[in-house]
Ligand binder design. Structure first.
Ligand SMILES: [Zn+2]
Ligand SMILES: [Zn+2]
Length: 175
């Protein structure tokens, strides 16, 4: 049974320097989030994760977090429901006495903030647009219909909004 975990206590693994452990019995909550002006949720709100923890010989931890997230929300092209799945694979290092680049914002003492790490790693794994499918045709820029449902093209010609004006212009002058 997977245990929902927001903060994971690294000390409880009691790893000796150089030792590593894979933990695949945890789940983490993925909060709803805004992206490109739309609201998205993870389909199950809670995802099983694989966490690799290695205790480094110089002290500190090397960490890897992996999970798959199914994101539900509107397609950014056609506005229909989209449910793409993204794979997340993120690494962090937190070393004692290391410089700024060797400390992880998700590690405080022996506490690993899986909740924040999963959220940020997912944000980084997202593409620039969330789509129902990578070849979504989107909405017709002229009539607004869904081009996936009703593929069509409009005749190239004068904009009908100008026809009344054009008729005025071609009116013959009979003076
Ligand atoms: Zn779409
Ligand atoms: Zn159209």
């Amino acid at each position: 049974m997977a245990a929902r975990t927001d903060i994971f206590d690294l000390a409880r693994l009691a790893l000796t320097p150089g030792e590593g452990r894979r933990i695949d019995s945890l789940t983490v909550i993925i909060d709803p989030f805004g992206f490109g002006g739309q609201e998205y949720v993870e389909a199950d709100r809670e995802v099983p994760i694989i966490l690799d923890v290695s205790r480094m010989t110089g002290g500190g931890y090397s960490l890897r977090l992996r999970f798959d997230a199914e994101i539900n929300g509107p397609c950014m092209r056609c506005l229909q429901d989209a449910a793409p799945t993204f794979g997340v694979d993120s690494r962090e290092i937190n070393a004692h006495g290391g410089g700024e680049e060797m400390t992880s914002p998700y590690v405080q003492g022996d506490d690993l903030n899986l909740h924040d790490w999963a959220r940020d790693a997912l944000a980084l794994a997202l593409p620039s647009q969330i789509l129902c499918s990578t070849d979504c045709a989107g909405l017709c820029p002229q009539c607004g219909k869904d081009l996936n449902v009703e593929p069509h093209e409009h005749e190239k010609g004068p904009d009908p909004r100008w026809s009344a004006l054009r008729d005025l212009v071609v009116e013959p002058e009979n003076n």
